[in-house]
Write a protein that binds this ligand. Structure first.
Ligand code: FAD
Ligand code: SF4
Length: 396
């Protein structure tokens, strides 16, 4: 869509210039010229006394999608350690690449990260493209975007997957803008359309009340960021072989506008709930912050960690790092024990793929029981101590 001036009709009165609320029209040689900041509001069309302005449909131009092939995964590392989400993306990328019959490539950036390249092959990548440079040691939007955008332009992958980490959420949009393609953020499911091979990218929408499936029909690559913890991790195969290619990068000081001066790590103890195999989670039903001490005891008995619903986090009973759900962390532990959690859709979105779900709730109609493998109707302050006692007896 664009605003077009029909110069044969225009009498040069300049009314549109005054009426434009965004100062997006200027008179040049007695004719209005629409500037880049036009928002297509249409105020000038209404105002023109001689109907000399109209909205024009601009033909949607795409790219020749037949030139694009292969699935790429951004293998995010921090301080030389591969993030779990990179391994999860390799697992999902492998399935997609196999379905399309194309190569799976991992893209790795950093400084002295060559040791990770072989690891990525063993996690299922057919090929690893990696770039090493001092300017890539710490993530900066400018440097990472430049290197990956140039690689994509040159090699044309049809799909590019990025973890929805803080870095991925910064990198994904910048890359998609640079490559003039679409990006579906925070996907929880990816599939290939059986009919036309397009990537079906599903994510929660409208506060998690419905799931939207989004496609990118005319532009490439089809880009998605994927929430950590949602996809299954790739299997590690010691015998897997593949191609590792180092690419040279040329980054100058001018390429990087924002310089990282210092990195200060949060003093709060990190809780890696996404990696835990047992989670004991508490909700508003705990009634008080001290309730988490009881859950902590049970979690310790099971070598697990403590999780929480948003209601408990919002009440200030526990830090957000423990929150499970749509606006918290997505988890899939072997065992998830939900104590005093009703089972709102936004909470379920973050835990319903757990191996075994045990729910403890006073209300027999609580929705959490619909996803639970084992349900205990009762007061958690009676049930949890009994569980701890039973485990004590097992220990003895
Ligand atoms: P409640 O719904 O109040 O449930 C408390 C439960 O405890 C009840 O079922 C009650 O029967 C039970 N109970 C009470 N006392 C006891 C007792 N003594 N023993 C046993 N059971 C007892 N929520 C999340 O959890 N994670 C998210 O990431 C998240 N993101 C959201 C994003 C958006 C955009 C929105 C709109 C909401 C989001 N929410 C999220 C909030 C979500 O909708 C619910 O409000 C929240 O999950 C409710 O938390 P709860 O189950 O602890 O509390
Ligand atoms: Fe031309 Fe219409 Fe703008 Fe007047 S209002 S300058 S006639 S386009």
């Amino acid at each position: 869509m664009a605003i077009k001036v029909i110069s044969e009709k225009c009498v040069g009165c300049g009314v549109c210039v005054d009426k434009c609320p965004f100062d997006a029209i200027e008179m040049v040689d007695n004719k209005p010229v629409i500037k880049d900041n036009c928002t297509l509001c249409g105020a000038c069309i209404e105002a023109c006394p001689v109907d000399a302005i109209e909205k024009e449909e601009v033909e949607k131009k795409g790219v020749d999608i037949s030139q694009y092939k292969g699935v790429w995964v951004f293998a995010e590392q921090r301080e030389g350690e591969l993030l779990n989400v990179a391994v999860e993306l390799l697992g999902e990328g492998r399935k997609i690449a196999d379905k399309l019959g194309v190569e799976l490539t991992a893209v790795l950036l950093g400084n002295k990260v060559d040791n990770l390249a072989e690891e990525l092959i063993k996690y299922g990548a057919d090929k690893v493209i990696y770039a090493e440079d001092e300017k890539l040691e710490v993530y900066t939007t400018d440097a990472y975007t430049k290197v990956i955008a140039e690689l994509v332009k040159e090699r044309k992958p049809e799909i590019m997957l990025i973890g929805a980490t803080t870095i991925g959420r910064d990198l994904g949009p910048r890359l998609s803008a640079r490559l003039a393609t679409g990006l579906t953020a925070d996907c929880t499911k990816l599939e290939i359309d059986d009919e036309d091979g397009k990537l079906l990218q599903t994510r929660p929408a409208f506060g998690g009340n419905l799931m939207a499936t989004i496609i990118c029909p005319n532009h490439r690559p089809q880009m998605a960021t994927v929430r950590p913890g949602v996809m299954e991790k790739a299997h590690y195969d010691e015998n897997k072989t593949g191609e590792v290619e180092k690419v040279e990068v040329s980054l100058t000081e001018d390429d990087i506008k924002a310089v990282v001066v210092e990195r200060v790590k949060s003093e709060k103890a990190e809780v890696a709930i996404e990696d835990a195999s047992v989670i004991v989670a508490g909700g508003r039903g705990l009634g008080k912050p001290e309730g988490f001490e009881l859950l902590h005891k049970l979690a310790q008995k099971l070598d697990g960690v403590v999780g929480a619903s948003r209601a408990a986090v919002d009440a200030g009973w526990i830090d957000h790092a423990h929150q499970v759900g749509q606006t918290g962390t997505t988890v899939r532990p072997k065992l998830y024990i939900a104590c005093g959690i009703s089972g709102a859709i936004q909470h379920l979105a973050g835990m319903q793929d757990s191996g075994c779900i045990v729910a403890i709730n006073k209300n027999p109609d609580a929705p959490i029981f619909k996803v639970a493998d084992y349900g205990i109707v009762g007061d958690l302050y009676e049930v949890v101590p009994q569980l701890i006692e039973a485990l004590d007896n097992v220990d003895d």
